[in-house]
Design a protein around this ligand. Structure first.
Ligand SMILES: Nc1ncnc2c1ncn2[C@@H]1O[C@H](COP(=O)(O)OP(=O)(O)OP(=O)(O)O)[C@@H](O)[C@H]1O
Ligand SMILES: O=C(O)[C@H](O)COP(=O)(O)O
Length: 398
């Protein structure tokens, strides 16, 4: 299999599928450029080895063809800044004569971005003819979009057949797989997963699968209350998914059978509304008054979480343990982030994934103090579930 290191890029046009699906504010300014920064080593390497990078990405989920707010033109200036002022051009379309002409005319050191792939429904439809048209813009294909690797789209998977001997992973996917495989295959024990956040239903299967891998499982944030209710507790108006109470019971039973230690928040900061300036009170997690909802972990839970995390060899964090966006409910997530940083300093391997979890660690300024930050949300979780990701399989020729 080719790699960026071995491949000869000299004079070649390298089609790089990246995940530049970054958040934009109402003025089309990028509010978190983690995914763009992550792709820089791959882009720079292609340039350094004499190739011309041609960037392909989606942005958002446009449904009806081209739409200004989903245009990748909003990213051009910032990419140029990140590349120390390199010339970055944008083609008005991702396929067709004009895009091809612009790709052909690229000078050494210049970068071309093709317009949003999802302006064509053929992209998400995995259309082979469309993939072939994209392929005409380059001599090789680098897949570096880990965040989109769980999608079998034209540019993430189908395009591979047009480059049987000229396809490879970029550094983002390479790094993500290496880090995730390390967590999954040979974790330094004890291994601890912290699962919080708000998406109980979409993450509960992952929790079940994680029981085969971890020694400790911390359940916090919005994840707490379905479990508390399953155990007969009163959760007030906390986020809770009644349809998954049965699953929560099964998970607890399985954890006991497998010897996995489960730590569910025992005390919480309850609020009288989902807002930054809500009134608060400390409450037992299983006795939250009607009209109140748990929005952060309490001091007793935080102390236990910290102790477990700081004595772990491998740590996986997905989902904040409180509504960290509101400062008064960020205490638990801050404590978890600090404990992860402390454990990492002592030699633990720490991996953080998920859009809000990454925003959380960035907010606390601790991104440099953890071992690895994943650029992926859904793709990371599917990989952790043991699923084959189409974007990975396509490069490997599986
Ligand atoms: N107790 C709680 N009640 C309600 N919401 C909570 C609670 N604790 C955390 N949250 C919210 O959960 C959200 C994050 O959940 P989510 O499961 O989406 O995590 P994530 O890291 O973004 O992962 P993904 O990328 O898979 O979405 C945050 O916005 C946070 O405010
Ligand atoms: O943000 C993401 O998770 C990726 O960019 C994939 O986006 P999608 O869920 O719209 O396919």
């Amino acid at each position: 299999m080719q790699t960026i290191e071995t491949y000869d890029f000299k004079g070649k046009k390298a089609l790089i599928r990246v995940d530049f699906n970054v958040p934009l504010n109402e003025n089309f300014e990028i509010t978190d450029d983690t995914r763009m920064r992550a792709a820089l080593p791959t882009i720079k390497k292609v340039i350094e080895k004499g190739g011309s990078p041609i960037i392909m990405s989606h942005l958002g989920r446009p449904k009806n063809g081209p739409e200004d707010k989903f245009s990748l033109k909003h990213l051009v200036k910032h990419l140029s800044d990140l590349l120390d002022g390199a010339t970055v051009k944008i083609a008005p379309d991702c396929i067709g004569d004009e895009a091809k002409a612009m790709a052909d005319a690229l000078q050494p050191g210049e970068v071309l971005i093709l317009e949003n792939l999802r302006f064509y429904k053929e992209e998400t439809g995995g259309d082979e003819e469309f993939a072939g048209k994209l392929a005409q813009n380059g001599d090789c294909w680098i897949n570096d979009a880990f965040g989109t690797a769980h999608r079998a789209h034209a540019s993430t998977a189908v395009i591979a057949k047009f480059f049987p001997n000229d396809k490879m992973f970029g550094y983002v996917i390479g790094g993500e797989l290496e880090s995730l495989d390390k967590v999954l295959a040979s974790p330094t024990r004890p291994m601890t997963a912290i699962m919080g956040g708000a998406k109980v239903s979409s993450k509960i299967t992952i929790i079940e699968n994680l029981l085969d891998k971890v020694d400790n499982l911390i359940l916090g944030g919005g994840m707490t209350y379905t479990f508390v209710k399953a155990n007969g507790g009163k959760v007030g108006s906390s986020i809770c998914e009644d349809d998954f109470i049965e699953t929560a019971m099964t998970i607890q039973k399985k954890a006991a059978e497998k010897g996995v230690k489960l730590y569910i928040a025992t005390d919480v900061i309850a609020a009288d509304g989902f807002k930054a300036d809500a009134n608060t009170k400390l409450a037992p997690a299983n006795d939250i008054p009607e009209g109140w909802e748990g929005l952060d972990a309490g001091p007793e839970s935080i102390a236990v979480f910290k102790e477990v995390i700081e004595n772990s060899g491998t740590i996986l964090w997905n989902g904040p343990v409180g509504v960290f966006e509101f400062d008064q409910f960020a205490v638990g997530s801050r404590a978890v982030a600090d404990a992860i940083a402390a454990a990492t300093k002592k030699g633990a391997f720490s991996l953080i994934g998920g859009g809000d979890s990454v925003a959380c660690i960035n907010k606390f300024g601790l991104a440099d103090e953890v071992s690895y930050i994943s650029t992926a949300g859904g793709a990371l979780l599917e990989y952790l579930e043991g699923k084959t990701l189409p974007g990975v399989a396509a490069v490997r020729g599986e």
